[in-house]
Design a protein around this ligand. Structure first.
Ligand SMILES: Cc1ncc(COP(=O)(O)O)c(C=O)c1O
Length: 433
């Protein structure tokens, strides 16, 4: 980024501040005649202030805003983060085992609770084995940095989550981005003469910011045909889709023979962390080599107990999942009736693309002021020019909450309501990346 002229302070004020910061006397003759080079700390502070200013000017500034109002933004789709059975399981486990694990899994941090929940999760997922990580971000880093070697190729969907992008960057593979959900483009890429290394295809099963689903069965066929491995991030699908609720791989009948999945426990499961599920050899190797698994303190064991209780609830209360989908239907029907664009794809993530960052912020702020907790999503989470509201539906929403939210939304995006946004300028997903 080119240096910008400083408009906020004079040069002399600047050198005085610099001298004060380094403990020098600002009024000495030497200081005024021979300005010394700014201290490294000062130089960094200046650069970072410029970066922060650019972030503010682009309306890209993030703020830390605790929940307030009716939840239209969390990933607690099934309401399990506060389910009494899940909460009690965690309390009981804390009383039994304490709050911390005291070490990494390969040292004194290992507990029977982890082995038990991993066995159970693998069965839930229909995979041979599973391994628990402290977060989905770490699990994605682990998969792409452990199995992928120099000379390999990663084909990655253009709208993959940042954790998958970062993981690909950290791997030593050649990375090729294919157009969003485009099985035809992927087929062409895979039919190129193979590199000497192995090929991976990386996708989310339910895209976190678009709420849509790629042609997973076609990807699975293509991968088998070309000897590639399919890596599927089920972050937003696990707990909800498929007969058991284990995710979209189950829904589409895709087995883990040629596929590894990453399944967060901090979204529909309501707790935290993530499981990598796959063949036994893959899990064995992760334990030996995955740095995000090895070089970190194990999660509190009580988390494993809480996840176990979440799986119990998902099995015992299938009506939770059907109620969630019913809530989605109501929201979509209300949006359609109000003249708002409704996504082509049916899922609990309902994006409303408004385009400019400012518009997304203003729309979200207007709804927040009316008691609805919906958040603006801006670059780099989505492509520039595709800022949006990411409306997320959860099972606790009443008919009344949904209806009043949509009424407020329609009013806020109505002509002239917030500086000229008209429903015609909105789209389901105008993102291009
Ligand atoms: C698609 C996807 N993958 C991975 C992650 C990271 O999971 P976690 O929040 O457990 O680190 C997220 C979280 O936002 C996500 O949306």
């Amino acid at each position: 980024m080119p240096d910008k002229p400083r408009t906020d302070r004079t040069e002399s004020e600047e050198s005085r501040r610099s001298a004060e910061g380094s403990g020098q006397r600002a009024d000495s003759a030497t200081a005024s005649l021979q300005p010394s080079a700014p201290s490294p700390q000062h130089a960094l502070a200046t650069r970072i202030q410029e970066r922060l200013q650019a972030i503010r000017e682009g309306r890209l500034e993030r703020s830390l805003q605790p929940p307030s109002g009716i939840d239209f933004s969390s990933n607690d789709y099934l309401g399990l983060s506060t389910h009494p059975r899940v909460v009690q399981a965690m309390i009981d486990a804390i009383e039994r085992e304490g709050v911390g694990s005291t070490g990494s899994r390969l040292l004194r941090g290992e507990r029977q609770a982890f082995a038990d929940i991993e066995r159970r999760f693998a069965a839930f997922k229909g995979a041979e084995r599973a391994l628990y990580f402290s977060s989905g971000y770490l699990a994605n880093l682990a998969v792409l940095t452990t199995f992928v070697e120099g000379g390999d190729v990663i084909h990655s969907d253009s709208r993959n989550h940042a954790s998958l992008i970062d993981a690909g960057r950290l791997s030593s593979a050649k990375r090729i981005v294919f157009p969003h959900k485009d099985a035809g483009a992927l087929a062409q890429l895979l039919s190129r003469p193979p590199s000497s290394g192995h090929t991976f295809v990386v996708t989310e099963s339910l895209f976190s910011m678009d709420g849509d689903v790629p042609p997973l069965a076609e990807y699975d066929d293509l991968c088998r045909q070309h000897g590639a491995t399919l890596i599927v991030d089920e972050a937003h699908a696990v707990g909800i889709y498929g007969t058991r609720g284990s995710g979209l791989l189950e829904e589409y009948g895709i087995e883990h023979g040629n596929c590894l999945s990453i399944n967060t426990a901090g979204k529909a499961l309501g707790v935290s962390g993530a499981f990598v599920a796959g063949p036994a050899w893959a899990i064995d190797y992760l334990i030996q080599r995955a740095r995000p698994f090895i070089f970190t303190t194990a999660a509190p064991p009580a988390v494993a107990a809480a996840i176990g209780a979440s799986l119990d609830v998902i099995a015992a209360e299938p009506e939770r999942r059907s109620r969630l989908l019913d809530r989605v239907k109501r929201l979509r029907a209300m949006m359609a009736a109000s003249g708002l664009p409704v996504p082509a794809f049916f899922s609990q993530i309902v994006p409303l693309v408004v385009g400019e960052n400012e518009r997304a912020l203003d729309t979200a702020a207007a709804l927040q002021a009316q008691g609805f907790d919906v958040r603006a999503i801006r670059p780099p989470s989505v492509a520039p020019g595709s800022a949006r509201l990411r409306i997320s539906v959860n099972v606790t929403l009443t008919d009344d909450a949904i209806d009043s939210f949509v009424r407020a939304l329609a009013a806020v995006v109505g002509v002239g309501a917030i500086g000229g946004i008209s429903p015609g300028s909105l789209s389901w997903s105008a993102a291009s990346s």
